[in-house]
Design a protein around this ligand. Structure first.
Ligand code: MN
Length: 205
């Protein structure tokens, strides 16, 4: 029997907890079937290779082809699903005062002018990414923030940037709840972004 190297992450919320922004059915398919599929594929692909036992972040920087695609999709979805929280929790935890205190929010205001200007540019980059992929907020080594568009399984790690926040623009991310309305989906996701988690990623070394 092959050793199980990669496993499906646990979600930090119940599958229905992000409704109505993200339905239980979307979680069941996107997390339960798509992400599980990437985990199963990667476990088969890395068996007996130099990538067996390697952290996802390292595989994404070193690998090509199927191993890169499946490792990238696992890493991207892990960052994606762990950046959300139920609206009711966020309303309590993220007051305007708390938001304004966050280092990452201060950096957004510094680098994009305002949180609203950043969100508008981020949504625009998500809408104009042709085909499947991911839009990212990432930081360079000096903490300067950039928005990147990455096709398919791309992650800003391959450009030497630290990934902080992401939106998945593969159709499987929004077609159950929003059909073809990608822009409406991206706009709605801000309601469930847990900025305390984005802050943790930004300030950690
Ligand atoms: Mn996805």
């Amino acid at each position: 029997m092959l050793p199980i190297l990669f496993t499906l992450i646990s979600l930090p919320y119940a599958p229905e907890a992000l409704e109505p922004v993200m339905s239980k059915e979307t979680i069941e398919y996107h997390y339960g079937k798509h992400l599980q599929g990437y985990v199963d594929n990667l476990n088969k692909l890395v068996a007996g290779t130099e990538y067996e036992g390697m952290p996802l972040e390292e595989i994404v920087v070193k690998a090509q082809g199927g191993i890169f695609n499946n490792a990238g999709q696992i890493l991207n979805h892990n960052l994606y699903f762990t950046q959300f929280a139920p609206v009711s929790d966020l309303t309590k935890a993220l007051t305007n005062e708390r938001m304004n205190e966050l280092t990452v929010v201060k950096a957004i205001v510094r680098d994009f002018g305002s949180l609203e200007a950043f969100q508008a540019e981020f949504e625009q980059k998500g809408v104009t990414l042709f085909g499947s992929g991911w839009v990212w907020l990432a930081a360079d080594k000096d903490g300067k923030l950039v928005i990147t568009q990455e096709p398919n399984a791309g992650n800003p790690l391959t450009k030497g940037l630290k990934p902080l926040l992401t939106m998945d623009v593969w159709e499987h991310a929004y077609y159950i709840d929003y059909r073809n309305r990608r822009a409406a989906h991206l706009q709605a996701l801000w309601q469930i972004i847990n900025w305390n988690e984005i802050e943790r990623r930004y300030v950690c070394k």
